[in-house]
Design a protein around this ligand. Structure first.
Ligand SMILES: NC(=O)c1ccc[n+]([C@@H]2O[C@H](COP(=O)([O-])OP(=O)(O)OC[C@H]3O[C@@H](n4cnc5c(N)ncnc54)[C@H](OP(=O)(O)O)[C@@H]3O)[C@@H](O)[C@H]2O)c1
Length: 253
């Protein structure tokens, strides 16, 4: 009965498109990836590429009804606001008993914050809520699903701006802190879950042409995501707890 209710709830929020399913690669056809913030930008490109590779893709959006581009990929679309504990709990409830091979904590925000006098502490708190606490909430809630998956992989989308070593120019208050703290979460998750066969990495996508990155960014979403997918594909348990760029290079903490 519980499963039936979960299925009905899922059916209410799930949508698929009329696009025919791509031909699945044999070894990837049974894998499931959940991507947060998948309605635009890097999340949408992750969804497109994993779908093309034959994965079952669960893409989350704050407003699923407005996630037209995501729906058109033929992925499962579920509602999620990573700052809302009830929304996270609903997502986990809808996915009860569904193994998830990989979680990509991608949702993030970058409100402009310049010098220290210009910085709004309320905005810093909001950034931390989305970029740092969001991935913690979602990972914690979906841990049972990930434990049932074959890949047991958690990818936390961080930024080069989260590197303390590389911070020579300052600014971006809130965003830098949020990604440095996310990096620490990644290390902690990696250490705690290593014994259970999990791989946890912090990945810097590079500077990418999205709403966040802007038109002058050096990479297209296709380039960044192709690079990250190659790195993710090659990960072994030896790589857990690392901080990597889209091209595989290590980033200093
Ligand atoms: N683009 C770059 O150059 C760059 C560089 C380094 C790191 N990153 C990181 O890469 C990730 C994706 O960035 P992007 O460039 O694709 O950004 P984007 O185009 O601005 O997209 C951000 C995504 O996050 C979602 N989101 C925002 N707040 C959310 C919340 N409270 N709950 C759930 N979803 C939420 C957005 O949903 P809505 O549409 O509902 O707002 C959207 O889907 C972020 O973590 C970002 O920090 C990007």
């Amino acid at each position: 009965m519980k499963q039936l209710i979960a299925f009905c709830l899922l059916a209410l929020v799930v949508s698929t498109s009329a696009i025919p399913a791509p031909s699945f690669a044999a070894d990837e056809a049974s894998l499931t990836v959940l991507i947060t913030g998948a309605n635009r930008g890097l999340g949408l490109e992750f969804a497109r590429q994993y779908r093309e590779a034959g994965w079952h893709v669960i893409g989350t959006a704050r407003k699923p009804d407005a996630a037209t581009d995501l729906r058109e990929l033929g992925v499962t679309v579920l509602q999620l606001d990573v700052t809302d504990g009830d929304s996270v709990a609903r997502l986990a409830g809808n996915l009860e008993d569904q193994p998830i091979d990989m979680l990509i904590n991608n949702a993030g925000i970058l409100p402009a914050q310049d010098t220290l006098p210009e910085t709004s502490i309320e905005t810093v708190a909001r950034i931390l809520d989305v970029n740092t606490l969001g991935p913690l909430r979602v990972t914690q809630a979906l841990l049972p699903n990930l434990a049932e998956g074959d890949r047991k992989t958690i990818v936390n989308i961080t930024s080069g701006l989260g590197s303390i070593t590389r911070n020579q120019s300052g600014r971006f208050y809130g965003y830098r802190e949020s990604k440095a703290a996310l990096n620490m979460s990644s290390r902690s998750m990696a250490a705690e879950l290593r014994g259970d066969g999990f791989i946890v990495v912090a990945m810097d996508p590079g500077w990418v042409q999205t709403d966040m990155g802007g038109a002058n960014a050096t990479l297209t979403p296709e380039q960044s995501i192709s690079g990250m997918r190659s790195v993710i594909d090659s990960l072994t348990v030896e790589d857990t707890g690392t901080y990597r760029r889209y091209d595989g290079a290590s980033v200093p903490w």
